[in-house]
Ligand binder design. Structure first.
Ligand code: TYD
Length: 202
Protein backbone atom coordinates (compact mmCIF):
# COMPACT_ATOMS: atom_id res chain seq x y z
CA UNK A 1 0.00 0.00 0.00
CA UNK A 2 1.36 3.47 -0.80
CA UNK A 3 1.98 5.97 1.94
CA UNK A 4 -0.83 8.39 2.78
CA UNK A 5 -0.75 12.12 2.22
CA UNK A 6 0.78 14.25 4.97
CA UNK A 7 -0.54 17.82 5.23
CA UNK A 8 0.30 20.36 7.92
CA UNK A 9 -1.64 23.53 8.70
CA UNK A 10 0.30 26.50 10.00
CA UNK A 11 -0.30 30.12 10.86
CA UNK A 12 -0.68 32.54 13.72
CA UNK A 13 -2.96 31.97 16.65
CA UNK A 14 -6.60 32.42 15.68
CA UNK A 15 -6.00 31.82 11.94
CA UNK A 16 -8.72 29.15 11.79
CA UNK A 17 -6.51 26.11 11.26
CA UNK A 18 -8.70 23.62 13.10
CA UNK A 19 -11.75 24.59 11.01
CA UNK A 20 -9.78 24.01 7.81
CA UNK A 21 -8.34 20.71 9.04
CA UNK A 22 -11.90 19.50 9.64
CA UNK A 23 -13.09 20.73 6.23
CA UNK A 24 -10.26 19.03 4.34
CA UNK A 25 -10.70 15.82 6.35
CA UNK A 26 -14.38 15.68 5.40
CA UNK A 27 -13.57 16.18 1.71
CA UNK A 28 -10.89 13.47 1.73
CA UNK A 29 -13.21 11.07 3.55
CA UNK A 30 -15.94 11.77 1.01
CA UNK A 31 -13.43 10.60 -1.61
CA UNK A 32 -13.19 7.31 0.32
CA UNK A 33 -9.85 7.99 1.99
CA UNK A 34 -9.03 7.29 5.65
CA UNK A 35 -7.91 10.42 7.47
CA UNK A 36 -6.19 10.95 10.81
CA UNK A 37 -6.55 14.49 12.20
CA UNK A 38 -3.99 15.43 14.79
CA UNK A 39 -2.25 18.46 16.30
CA UNK A 40 0.86 19.72 18.04
CA UNK A 41 1.60 20.15 20.79
CA UNK A 42 -0.18 17.53 22.84
CA UNK A 43 -2.03 14.87 20.86
CA UNK A 44 -0.61 11.89 22.79
CA UNK A 45 -0.66 11.13 26.54
CA UNK A 46 3.00 12.16 26.84
CA UNK A 47 2.33 15.12 24.56
CA UNK A 48 -0.46 16.33 26.86
CA UNK A 49 2.05 16.55 29.73
CA UNK A 50 4.55 18.38 27.52
CA UNK A 51 1.83 20.73 26.27
CA UNK A 52 0.83 21.67 29.80
CA UNK A 53 4.48 22.35 30.66
CA UNK A 54 5.24 24.44 27.61
CA UNK A 55 1.99 26.41 27.31
CA UNK A 56 1.32 27.06 30.97
CA UNK A 57 4.55 26.32 32.89
CA UNK A 58 6.48 28.93 34.87
CA UNK A 59 10.00 30.11 33.98
CA UNK A 60 10.24 28.17 30.73
CA UNK A 61 13.19 29.73 28.92
CA UNK A 62 13.45 29.83 25.13
CA UNK A 63 15.74 26.79 24.77
CA UNK A 64 13.61 24.73 27.13
CA UNK A 65 10.54 25.78 25.15
CA UNK A 66 12.17 24.68 21.87
CA UNK A 67 13.15 21.33 23.37
CA UNK A 68 9.68 20.71 24.80
CA UNK A 69 8.06 21.30 21.38
CA UNK A 70 10.75 19.11 19.78
CA UNK A 71 10.14 16.32 22.31
CA UNK A 72 6.41 16.48 21.65
CA UNK A 73 7.10 16.32 17.88
CA UNK A 74 9.51 13.38 18.16
CA UNK A 75 6.94 11.36 20.09
CA UNK A 76 4.02 12.49 17.94
CA UNK A 77 5.79 11.52 14.71
CA UNK A 78 6.90 8.14 16.05
CA UNK A 79 3.65 7.23 17.80
CA UNK A 80 0.97 8.74 15.55
CA UNK A 81 2.09 10.25 12.25
CA UNK A 82 4.43 7.62 10.80
CA UNK A 83 2.27 4.63 11.76
CA UNK A 84 -0.77 6.28 10.16
CA UNK A 85 1.07 7.17 6.96
CA UNK A 86 2.50 3.65 6.80
CA UNK A 87 -1.05 2.22 7.02
CA UNK A 88 -1.90 4.35 3.98
CA UNK A 89 -3.97 6.87 5.95
CA UNK A 90 -3.79 10.58 5.22
CA UNK A 91 -2.55 12.67 8.14
CA UNK A 92 -3.66 16.26 8.70
CA UNK A 93 -1.84 18.03 11.50
CA UNK A 94 -2.74 21.34 13.10
CA UNK A 95 0.84 22.71 13.42
CA UNK A 96 4.14 20.97 12.80
CA UNK A 97 7.81 21.83 12.37
CA UNK A 98 7.31 25.22 10.70
CA UNK A 99 5.67 26.45 13.93
CA UNK A 100 8.89 25.71 15.80
CA UNK A 101 11.01 27.53 13.23
CA UNK A 102 8.67 30.56 13.27
CA UNK A 103 7.90 30.76 17.01
CA UNK A 104 11.12 29.51 18.62
CA UNK A 105 13.61 30.12 15.82
CA UNK A 106 12.47 33.60 14.85
CA UNK A 107 9.94 34.68 17.51
CA UNK A 108 12.23 33.68 20.40
CA UNK A 109 15.31 34.50 18.30
CA UNK A 110 17.01 31.12 18.76
CA UNK A 111 17.86 31.03 15.04
CA UNK A 112 15.72 29.58 12.26
CA UNK A 113 18.44 27.19 11.05
CA UNK A 114 19.21 25.86 14.51
CA UNK A 115 15.59 25.19 15.33
CA UNK A 116 14.90 23.69 11.92
CA UNK A 117 17.77 21.24 12.45
CA UNK A 118 16.52 20.37 15.93
CA UNK A 119 13.02 19.82 14.61
CA UNK A 120 14.12 17.74 11.64
CA UNK A 121 16.18 15.62 13.99
CA UNK A 122 13.16 15.18 16.27
CA UNK A 123 10.97 14.21 13.32
CA UNK A 124 13.67 11.99 11.85
CA UNK A 125 13.50 14.03 8.67
CA UNK A 126 9.76 13.73 8.02
CA UNK A 127 8.42 16.76 6.11
CA UNK A 128 4.81 17.27 5.02
CA UNK A 129 3.83 16.77 1.37
CA UNK A 130 1.94 20.05 1.67
CA UNK A 131 1.89 22.84 4.23
CA UNK A 132 -1.10 25.17 4.23
CA UNK A 133 -0.15 28.53 5.69
CA UNK A 134 -3.19 30.48 6.86
CA UNK A 135 -1.76 33.96 6.91
CA UNK A 136 -3.25 36.53 9.26
CA UNK A 137 -2.33 39.83 10.89
CA UNK A 138 -1.62 38.79 14.51
CA UNK A 139 -3.84 41.57 15.88
CA UNK A 140 -6.78 40.12 13.95
CA UNK A 141 -5.91 36.50 14.81
CA UNK A 142 -5.38 37.08 18.52
CA UNK A 143 -8.54 39.21 18.61
CA UNK A 144 -10.53 36.18 17.43
CA UNK A 145 -9.53 34.05 20.44
CA UNK A 146 -12.09 33.78 23.19
CA UNK A 147 -10.02 31.91 25.77
CA UNK A 148 -7.47 33.34 28.23
CA UNK A 149 -4.12 33.75 26.43
CA UNK A 150 -1.44 31.12 27.12
CA UNK A 151 2.31 31.80 27.38
CA UNK A 152 2.81 32.00 23.63
CA UNK A 153 -0.30 34.02 22.92
CA UNK A 154 0.82 36.58 25.53
CA UNK A 155 4.27 37.03 23.98
CA UNK A 156 3.52 40.48 22.58
CA UNK A 157 2.87 42.18 19.27
CA UNK A 158 6.48 42.35 18.05
CA UNK A 159 6.96 38.64 18.74
CA UNK A 160 3.85 37.76 16.77
CA UNK A 161 4.82 40.03 13.89
CA UNK A 162 8.21 38.26 13.70
CA UNK A 163 6.41 34.91 13.67
CA UNK A 164 4.15 35.96 10.81
CA UNK A 165 7.10 37.21 8.75
CA UNK A 166 8.98 33.98 9.40
CA UNK A 167 6.08 31.84 8.17
CA UNK A 168 5.78 33.94 5.02
CA UNK A 169 9.53 33.77 4.39
CA UNK A 170 9.53 29.99 4.70
CA UNK A 171 6.59 29.73 2.34
CA UNK A 172 8.26 32.01 -0.22
CA UNK A 173 11.44 29.91 -0.05
CA UNK A 174 9.61 26.63 -0.66
CA UNK A 175 6.56 27.20 -2.89
CA UNK A 176 6.44 23.51 -3.84
CA UNK A 177 5.60 22.52 -0.28
CA UNK A 178 3.61 25.58 0.81
CA UNK A 179 0.18 26.87 -0.10
CA UNK A 180 -0.44 30.33 1.37
CA UNK A 181 -4.02 31.45 1.90
CA UNK A 182 -5.35 34.72 3.31
CA UNK A 183 -7.00 33.61 6.57
CA UNK A 184 -9.44 36.54 6.53
CA UNK A 185 -11.23 35.14 3.46
CA UNK A 186 -14.56 33.37 4.05
CA UNK A 187 -13.92 29.85 5.36
CA UNK A 188 -15.54 28.22 2.31
CA UNK A 189 -13.25 30.13 -0.03
CA UNK A 190 -10.22 29.05 2.01
CA UNK A 191 -11.40 25.43 2.00
CA UNK A 192 -11.82 25.51 -1.78
CA UNK A 193 -8.29 26.91 -2.27
CA UNK A 194 -6.88 24.15 -0.06
CA UNK A 195 -8.85 21.44 -1.89
CA UNK A 196 -7.62 22.68 -5.27
CA UNK A 197 -4.04 22.36 -4.13
CA UNK A 198 -4.55 18.96 -2.47
CA UNK A 199 -6.26 17.72 -5.61
CA UNK A 200 -3.01 18.19 -7.55
CA UNK A 201 -1.28 15.84 -5.09
CA UNK A 202 -3.79 12.99 -5.23
P1 TYD B 1 -2.79 25.96 20.55
O1 TYD B 1 -3.64 26.23 21.70
O2 TYD B 1 -2.81 24.63 19.90
O3 TYD B 1 -2.94 27.14 19.54
P2 TYD B 1 -3.50 27.20 18.09
O4 TYD B 1 -4.92 26.81 18.18
O5 TYD B 1 -3.29 28.65 17.69
O6 TYD B 1 -2.66 26.26 17.28
O7 TYD B 1 -1.32 26.26 21.03
C1 TYD B 1 -0.26 26.11 20.24
C2 TYD B 1 0.69 27.22 20.60
O8 TYD B 1 2.00 26.69 20.62
C3 TYD B 1 0.65 28.34 19.61
O9 TYD B 1 0.71 29.57 20.29
C4 TYD B 1 1.94 28.16 18.84
C5 TYD B 1 2.83 27.44 19.79
N1 TYD B 1 3.81 26.53 19.16
C6 TYD B 1 5.14 26.88 19.15
O10 TYD B 1 5.51 27.94 19.64
N2 TYD B 1 6.04 26.01 18.61
C7 TYD B 1 5.67 24.82 18.08
O11 TYD B 1 6.52 24.05 17.60
C8 TYD B 1 4.27 24.47 18.09
C9 TYD B 1 3.81 23.16 17.52
C10 TYD B 1 3.37 25.36 18.65
Amino acid sequence: MSRGLFVSFEGGDGAGKSTQVAALAQWLEDLGRTVVCTFEPGDTPLGAVLRQAVQHGDHVNARTEALLYAADRAHHVAAVVRPALARGDDVLTDRYLDSSVAYQGVGRELGADTVEKLSLWAADGLLPDLTVLLDIDPKVGLGRLNTAPDRLESAGDRFHRRVRKAFLARAAADPDRFCVVDATLPRKVIAEAVRERVHTLL
